[in-house]
Design a protein around this ligand. Structure first.
Ligand code: GRF
Length: 240
């Protein structure tokens, strides 16, 4: 499976996808192209470190997230669509079959959505805490776990059919940054597993529901998440 990635930042999720392709965990797959809207994104360096094509494509200035612009206006914005057409051109040139949003900070419009299956990762248990600050908002709300969700992307914000979710503990006295790091470990695991399931045709989308066909690796994945909880609890306990 040929994978395309859009990323705006550090690219640790991209790294997990690359490693999972290289190890064969996501079978017969490779990241073919990484595109960023941010020239300084470390994701671009990670790509070139692995000999993967990478491209910084500068969006027009207006494309910055504008407060007050509603989702319909964003989806129909002609300049945003122009930008996404450029992305379509780039990903089509390398025959990408699925696009991953790995910390990509722009909305994608129907110009891209209509051409590719797109999978996003969001740092909350959707449908709670959509938007830019999933973890901070969950903590401020008083949730006692945070988490992450992979989902197919549709033309609204963080609303597409949910694929996988994982929860992360919040220990007493932890900063938002520390909690984000614990959460990121889950993000890496669920994104890789999402792509493995997709690649092996083990996902059945029925409207909003995504049925997962459990195979041996999926049982192992679920156990891995359980062990991660246990080891995070043990680490925390040992540090007290
Ligand atoms: C992740 O928390 C992702 O869920 C969010 O942005 C962060 C990006 O991390 N959308 P990275 O660039 O993959 O390290």
């Amino acid at each position: 499976m040929k994978i395309g990635v859009l990323a705006s930042g550090s690219g640790s999720n991209l790294q997990s996808i690359i490693d999972s392709c290289n190890s064969g965990y996501i079978p017969n797959s490779s990241v073919e192209l990484v595109i960023s809207n941010n020239e300084k994104a470390f994701a671009l360096t990670r790509a070139s470190n692995h000999g993967i094509k990478s491209n910084y494509i500068h969006p027009p200035d207006f494309i910055k997230y504008k407060k007050g612009m509603n989702i319909d206006e964003i989806m129909n914005d002609p300049l945003r669509r122009e930008y996404d057409k450029l992305l379509v051109e780039n990903f089509s040139n390398v025959n990408v079959e699925v696009i991953c949003l790995a910390g990509y900070m722009l909305f994608v419009t129907p110009a891209l959505l209509d051409k590719f299956t797109i999978i996003n990762i969001h740092p909350s248990i959707l449908p709670s805490f959509k938007g830019l600050h999933g973890i901070r908002d969950a903590i401020n709300y008083g949730a006692n776990v945070v988490g992450c969700t992979t989902h197919f992307v549709d033309n609204d914000e963080d609303t597409g059919p949910i694929i996988l979710q994982a929860t992360t503990p919040i220990f007493t006295g932890m900063s938002t940054e520390e909690i984000s790091l614990l959460n990121l470990k889950r993000e890496h695991i669920i994104f890789a597993e999402t792509l493995r399931l997709y690649c092996k045709n083990l996902l059945r989308v029925k409207g909003r529901q995504v049925e997962i066909i459990w195979d041996k690796e999926h049982f192992e994945y679920q156990n891995k998440l359980l062990y991660l909880w246990k080891s995070d609890i043990d680490d925390y306990n040992n540090r007290r």
